[in-house]
Design a protein around this ligand. Structure first.
Ligand code: SF4
Ligand SMILES: [Zn+2]
Length: 319
């Protein structure tokens, strides 16, 4: 079987496989929460995360499902500060905040620049402000926003994979050189970066998925990234489900996520987090799932490799 389908999985094809979006309210973030995270300085801090509702990202990455909680129209001035104030009024005090907007914070249709000052004022209590953005939209505007903040700006960027052929097929519209240049631009200007990396994107076997996830961590840290998030690739956006049904994609196993996390932490090159959302879909053993999830959570928080959980499902068979 060929590694890739024999046709172009372009914007039009990806869009044609989408289901309908969720109902979202323009003036309300679609979710917000507070959780603990190991900070860059080594302490465990409460981090507030606000998932802003705004216009859909203009990119159409093959594996992305973030469009589900977005609007078709561009955000009107005042709406984003209103959403942030709404979430902050209900969240506990925190030292760091993530403003994740299902796309690019510096996409002016998603976050109007005339709102930057008001947003920055609302973020006064935070030591670190983490936003996400595609390298093509990272420029001097980001630095201007950073200058408005009392705390430090940190940029989360989707690196996804360093398998160049797969990266191209992901329709990310970014190459590794651009990623490296972008991290350098930010680092040179005092902005810390974190990279989103995929474990077993489509078109890779389980073993290749692990190998390339490790190479992706190596590349990210070598580029100057301070923190990497390992995201097990999921179906659910239409295109990925089609690829799965045709044999071009399978979600990674829980054990692969553990291997990549252990590798990343042992590099001691920066923080490494496993994305723990919806982990059940990667496990096929109900006996050890909760314990193994707890272990990964502990590894996220402590940034050390914790003792392995043994279970019938992961004892190698003897001859
Ligand atoms: S750039 Fe990010 S938000 Fe936009 S489609 Fe790609 S993965 Fe999704
Ligand atoms: Zn088990």
């Amino acid at each position: 079987m060929n590694r890739f389908p024999d046709f172009d999985m372009d914007d039009r094809w990806i869009l044609s496989h989408r289901s309908s979006k969720n109902l979202v309210e323009e003036r309300t973030p679609y979710a917000f929460l507070a959780e603990e995270e190991h900070s860059a300085s080594g302490t465990i801090n409460i981090v507030a995360t606000v998932f802003l509702t705004n216009q859909e990202c203009p990119f159409r990455c093959l594996m992305c499902d973030l469009w589900k909680n977005t609007t078709r129209d561009k955000s009107l001035p005042g709406v984003i500060p209103h959403q942030i104030a709404h979430a902050l009024a209900q969240l506990p005090p925190a030292r760091q905040i993530k403003l994740y907007n299902s796309g690019n914070f510096f996409d002016t249709k998603a976050i109007p620049p005339e709102d930057y000052e008001r947003i920055a004022k609302l973020l006064d209590p935070f030591e670190t402000v983490i936003v996400e953005c595609h390298p093509k939209l990272i420029n001097k505007r980001c630095l201007q926003f950073g200058d408005m903040l009392r705390g430090n700006l940190e940029m989360a960027i989707g690196l996804e994979t360093v398998h160049t052929e797969v990266l191209k097929k992901l329709n990310k519209r970014m190459n590794l050189k651009e990623f490296r240049q972008c991290v350098k631009f930010l680092t040179d200007n005092g902005v810390r970066t974190r990279a989103f990396t995929l474990l077993r994107p489509p078109f890779l076997t389980e073993q290749e998925g692990v190998i390339w996830a490790k190479k992706t961590l190596d590349f990210a840290f070598d580029s100057g990234v301070e923190c990497c998030v390992v995201i097990p690739t999921r179906p659910g956006n239409g295109a990925m489900d089609w690829l799965q049904s045709e044999g071009f994609f399978s979600p990674p196993t829980f054990s692969s996520l553990e291997q990549v996390m252990e590798y990343g932490l042992q590099l001691s090159a920066g923080r490494v987090f496993a994305d723990l959302w919806d982990l059940e879909i990667f496990s096929d053993c109900p006996h050890c799932f909760e314990m193994r999830k707890k272990r990964l959570k502990g590894m996220n928080l402590q940034q050390v490799v914790l003792p392995e959980i043994t279970c019938e499902c992961n004892i190698p068979e003897t001859a």
